[in-house]
Design a protein around this ligand. Sequence first.
Ligand code: NAD
Ligand code: UD1
Length: 338
Amino acid sequence: MKNTILITGGTGYIGSHTAVELMLAGWDVVVVDNLCNSERLTMERVASICGQAPHFVQGDIRDAVLLDKVFASYPISAVMHFAGLKSVGESWQQAAHYLDNNVGGTACLVAAMERAGVRRLVFSSSATVYGQPDAVPIPESAPLRTTNPYGRSKLLCEDMLRELQTADNRWQIALLRYFNPVGAHASGLIGEKPSGVPNNLMPYITQVAAGKHPFLRVFGDDYPTVDGTGVRDYIHVVDLAKGHLAALRYLEQEGKGITVNLGTGSGVSVLQLVAAFTQATGIQIPYQIFPRRPGDVASCYAATDLAREALDWRAKLSVGAMCADAWRWENLVKNMQE
Ligand code: NAD
Ligand code: UD1
């Protein structure tokens, strides 16, 4: 059997795109997912893209017996850990559940890795660990602070993994701080499927385009930004997935861990993203200005020097490609629902 990467949360949005990139690069992949926010069908879609399906184990990363079985069954050399809950709003209502799933789940996973002697890990962190940034672009050395239980769970995981690496230098851990992942695979076969009404901007725009909502609510037009609307660092999910392969290469070659931002380094406002979507698809997005969303920051985008220098990686896909690919995927979702 080939060298295998274990992907936790691999039927989810970012995990499935990373499974594709790993398999296309020749890796064998085993996915563990409890399907709490994704579908088994995604593995068949990954197979259509790659010509071969990843191994799939339905189960929870908090199940130590199951994890031991997985490590005993496959020649796993590294783990990419995506499994987690990610809704900021939900994390206020279910703080204990978020801690248990995200922090408890990560602790259970690293304990199983330790038992199996697999100490190479790529972890999905988030720019949310920077909270309200003092300045943009945000370097990895910026102060860490969080504004909600979801963010706190990510920071607690980072702290745990930093501690582990400091205590035992056999561990090689990449903490990847994602900015705003958007878009979908160019095949239109895999993408993000928000449950209920989306909170995030891009899926809301595609749903307005699909006629599921009459207009976009633009949360605030009085920020100190180019046009008064919030500025973010949108990154194409395929670029993000490739960033994981670059991080894995870094761990293998350098034999030590890294904490790095994965973003484009460019800020795009809400209205700029709306205009880019119209340009890419020809579809007008009606919008209305609403008050600011509590907890939002004016501007958030990454300093990308470290990713370029250490990982030899940079995001390449344009905002137009992000919009076109997100729209292609929305059409597939729409057709499935009809
Ligand atoms: P997603 O919900 O699409 O994927 C997460 C997957 O993990 C799902 O398939 C879910 O079923 C699975 N899962 C959750 N808890 C599990 C458990 N206990 N055991 C087994 N499987 C479990 O989310 P995503 O957007 O692909 O995000 C992946 C990771 O990246 C998450 O950790 C998230 O916090 C982080 N992240 C996401 C974003 C974003 O905007 N999407 C931004 C920054 C960080
Ligand atoms: C949100 C989360 C953040 C998470 C990130 C990626 C909050 C407060 N923050 O961040 O923790 O890591 O998603 O999943 O929820 N906007 C609108 N109308 C909409 C939706 C959004 O105007 O219907 C605006 C927002 O005000 C913001 C921008 O679009 O200025 C981007 O919003 P969003 O996609 O939710 O991402 P973040 O705010 O970066």
